[in-house]
Design a protein around this ligand. Structure first.
Ligand SMILES: NC(=O)c1ccc[n+]([C@@H]2O[C@H](COP(=O)([O-])OP(=O)(O)OC[C@H]3O[C@@H](n4cnc5c(N)ncnc54)[C@H](OP(=O)(O)O)[C@@H]3O)[C@@H](O)[C@H]2O)c1
Length: 289
């Protein structure tokens, strides 16, 4: 049986959709089974034959985390530690999601799994501590670092841009932070693929859609596809700006482009180019956007 944690979040909902569609034996929880409360977790899993745990639960408000470091660490570092301890007890395999924000962004090229993290904001620090807690507690784990997630559910960049394009005549977007967008549905497929292959190559993996871009280019493509789909019927000027012109509470890495070579090789995964996934997302979700 698979235990999906965080099933009401953006990624968790996509994973649950797949589990339901494929009629897989699973149970799913969110805040009602609090990952920061080990006793609650123990009670929940007792008498359940859990063989896989997928953890999509997290504290994900990057800017707010600067004001709430204790809560961010409780959920993103203590939570994964508790889950890893439960996985050991149940002899289960654990798939945990982490982030490109564990890196400081100073590397020129693509970040490999062997590159040393050096997070520059509280969210990144809390997620990195969560990774370390898992690696020190359990052997049968997969940590998948992803980046710039968007999907049907919850707040995300695509939804924010579409709202802005409907309200404004001019939108200025940061053009000097580089990474890759990730359609949550594609990441959910990758998670299920790992379970299907049931590999023994445990450890750290990077997964995003294919191709490197910046927020401005990403926004421009959202605008173009939304126009094609008839989601916007007005002209909006989309302008590039520098990070210094857009103040945020948390610092972001300038480059958090992740190499996906390892995951595509080990799990024979075909990575989808980010523009292709974005077009598919906008055209299939157009009624909800
Ligand atoms: N979003 C991105 O751009 C991005 C990028 C890279 C990596 N990631 C990682 O990808 C994963 C999924 O992200 P997401 O955007 O899908 O997150 P999300 O939408 O914020 O979902 C996280 C879910 O976890 C729940 N949760 C929070 N605290 C909990 C607790 N103590 N016990 C149980 N559940 C709890 C949340 O409930 P509430 O909403 O009620 O708090 C929410 O339903 C996370 O690990 C995140 O760090 C995200």
């Amino acid at each position: 049986m698979i235990w999906l944690i965080g099933n009401r979040g953006m990624l968790g909902m996509e994973v649950e959709t797949l589990l339901n569609r494929q009629k897989r034996d699973h149970i799913a929880t969110d805040v009602e089974v609090d990952i920061t409360n080990i006793e609650q977790l123990k009670e929940f899993v007792s008498n359940k034959p859990i063989s896989w745990i997928i953890n999509c639960a997290a504290y994900t408000s990057v800017d707010k985390a600067e004001d709430e470091p204790e809560l961010a660490f409780k959920i993103n570092a203590d939570g994964p530690l508790n889950i890893a301890q439960i996985a050991v007890k149940k002899n289960a395999r654990l798939i945990h999601i982490s982030t490109d924000y564990v890196f400081d962004g100073t590397k020129e090229g693509a970040y490999l799994e062997t590159d040393l993290p050096n997070p520059i904001n509280i969210y990144g620090k809390s997620k990195f501590k969560g990774e370390k807690n898992i690696a020190e507690t359990i052997k049968t784990y997969f940590i998948i670092r992803s980046a710039w997630l968007y999907g049907k559910n919850g707040a995300n960049f695509v939804r924010t841009m579409l709202n802005l394009f409907r309200e404004k005549t001019e939108v200025k977007i940061v053009a000097d932070q580089w990474s890759s967008p990730t359609y949550a549905s594609d990441l959910a497929e990758a998670v299920i693929r790992i379970i299907d292959i049931d590999p023994v190559t445990f450890g750290l993996y990077h997964f995003t859609n294919e191709g490197r871009t910046n927020w401005y280019q990403f926004a421009t493509e959202i605008y173009n596809f939304a126009k094609i789909e008839g989601l916007i019927d007005r002209y909006v000027r989309v302008l590039p700006i520098e990070t210094g012109q857009y103040q945020t509470k948390a610092k972001r890495p300038v480059n958090s482009y992740l190499s996906k070579e390892k995951i595509s090789r080990d799990f024979n995964l075909n990575l989808i180019p980010w523009k292709e996934s974005l077009a598919r997302f906008i055209s299939t979700s157009r009624h909800g956007l």
